[in-house]
Design a protein around this ligand. Structure first.
Ligand SMILES: Cc1cc2nc3c(=O)[nH]c(=O)nc-3n(C[C@H](O)[C@H](O)[C@H](O)COP(=O)(O)O)c2cc1C
Length: 177
């Protein structure tokens, strides 16, 4: 049962995307109506678009809607999870060359709470571009759950173990805290 609040969930191409139904379940329990959009990499390697559509009751958007199809209602909050190194860097750099990045570019300026839960290993996380991108998104008002006390990057080649501690509930809680 929803309470009318709309959550836009953007899914990128990293391991936790296989388990994104966990977040959708928590969000439904919390009364959110969830609308998913996914990057090409998420669709190609990680998610089952049909089963997410059945779970949410809405199509998973990967591109712009064509004329005559229903529009997605305005977001009360946004979660980007998992957020990849690629999407974070492109978003922070102002690149909008796919549907997810275009939506994020628009939402950043709208004053909607945007929560980002990256899933990158320590090697990627040490990259200066990534450090700068996280700082730039935070400066723009985006809530990036990354670093001590939030979600720490994992050592390279330990991604499967890190999946177990990926904090879906923290992402949801951060939409209102
Ligand atoms: C099996 C697999 C695992 C991956 N794991 C990660 C990851 O944990 N973090 C990450 O940032 N990218 C990861 N990638 C790479 C991204 O999918 C790749 O950079 C892609 O271009 C991201 O596209 P997107 O940001 O549009 O989703 C992985 C790719 C594959 C195929």
């Amino acid at each position: 049962m929803t309470n009318g609040r709309v959550l836009h969930l953007f899914v990128c191409g990293a391991g936790p995307a296989k388990r994104v139904h966990d977040l959708i379940g928590l969000a439904h329990d919390d009364g959110w109506d969830v609308y998913c959009a996914a990057t090409g990499s998420a669709v190609e390697h990680f998610i089952d678009v049909e089963s997410l559509a059945r779970l949410t009751g809405h199509p998973v958007r990967t591109t712009y809607r064509s004329a005559g199809t229903a529009s997605t209602p305005q977001a009360d909050a946004v979660i980007v999870a998992p957020a990849t190194y690629n999407t974070i860097n492109k978003w922070a750099a102002g690149i909008a060359d796919n549907y997810v990045l275009t939506q994020l570019a628009e939402l950043t300026g709208l004053g909607v709470r945007v929560v980002v839960l990256p899933f990158v290993n320590q090697a990627l996380a040490r990259n200066l571009s990534f450090i700068r991108s996280v700082a730039a998104l935070r400066e723009a008002g985006v809530r990036v759950l990354f670093g001590p006390g939030e979600f720490e990057p994992h050592a390279p080649r330990t991604g499967d173990a890190a999946l177990e501690r990926y904090p879906w509930a923290l992402a949801l809680k951060s939409t209102h805290d």
